[in-house]
Design a protein around this ligand. Structure first.
Ligand code: GAR
Length: 202
């Protein structure tokens, strides 16, 4: 059984897609042991509670400095002893102490085709604003391992999505979620659970 922690910040539609994939058997032999949010108002926490999954908030606002927050986040993850940490819309830079300890055990979903529209400042809706401002015609989503850089880890899967005339950032965001993110994130977790993708020491 693959033990997962899912880290979130907002609406949690990707978390919802993981739950659905577990219901449908796309992901088997895996459990979400805990959902952690940096934002106490994240709807993702409600989604977790509805599924009777432990839902915790670890917010930088509750700590004196970043180091104390980083340590608390590490402690919370450690308390679950997960095989895999899934960043599903987690809009916090994961501290190095966590990345080192969970090397090749943290995956992230990013709403563009890396290496385009990624890195510092590109998160959430800002990614889609950037895509529309540049006028590219194809975008998409990427699932990758998390390393010390921002969106620089090994790419595990990508799916392309067309930009359409008249798109707003919100409309494009929704299409990228529906056509790419909600498919490839659960698919990759399913492959990890089936050991078709190796995690940890490689
Ligand atoms: C998703 O589009 C996800 O790819 C993005 O935030 C959104 C969260 O939505 N993540 C990033 O931008 C990470 N750099 P959700 O809370 O509904 O899953």
């Amino acid at each position: 059984m693959l033990r997962m922690v899912v880290c979130v910040s907002g609406g949690g539609t990707n978390l919802g897609a993981i739950f659905e994939a577990m219901d449908k058997g796309i992901i088997r032999d895996a459990e979400i042991c805990e959902v952690i949010s940096n934002n106490k108002n994240a709807y993702a926490l409600t989604r977790a509670a509805e599924r009777n999954v432990s839902a915790k908030c670890v917010s930088p606002k509750d700590f004196e400095n970043r180091e104390a927050f980083n340590e608390a986040l590490l402690k919370e993850i450690d308390s679950v002893n997960p095989d895999l940490v899934v960043l599903a819309g987690f809009l916090v830079n994961v501290p190095e102490i966590i990345i080192r300890k969970y090397k090749n055990r943290i995956i992230n979903i990013h709403p563009s085709l890396i290496p385009s529209f990624c890195g510092k400042g590109y998160y959430g809706l800002k990614v889609h604003e950037g895509v529309l401002a540049r006028g590219v015609k194809v975008t998409g989503a990427t699932v990758h391992f998390v390393d010390e850089g921002i969106d620089t880890g090994k790419i595990l899967c990508q799916k392309a999505v067309y930009v359409e005339d008249g798109d707003t950032p919100e409309v494009l965001q929704r299409r990228v979620m529906e056509q790419a993110e909600w498919q490839i994130l659960p698919e990759i977790i399913g492959k990890i659970a089936r050991k078709e993708i190796k995690i940890g020491d490689q």
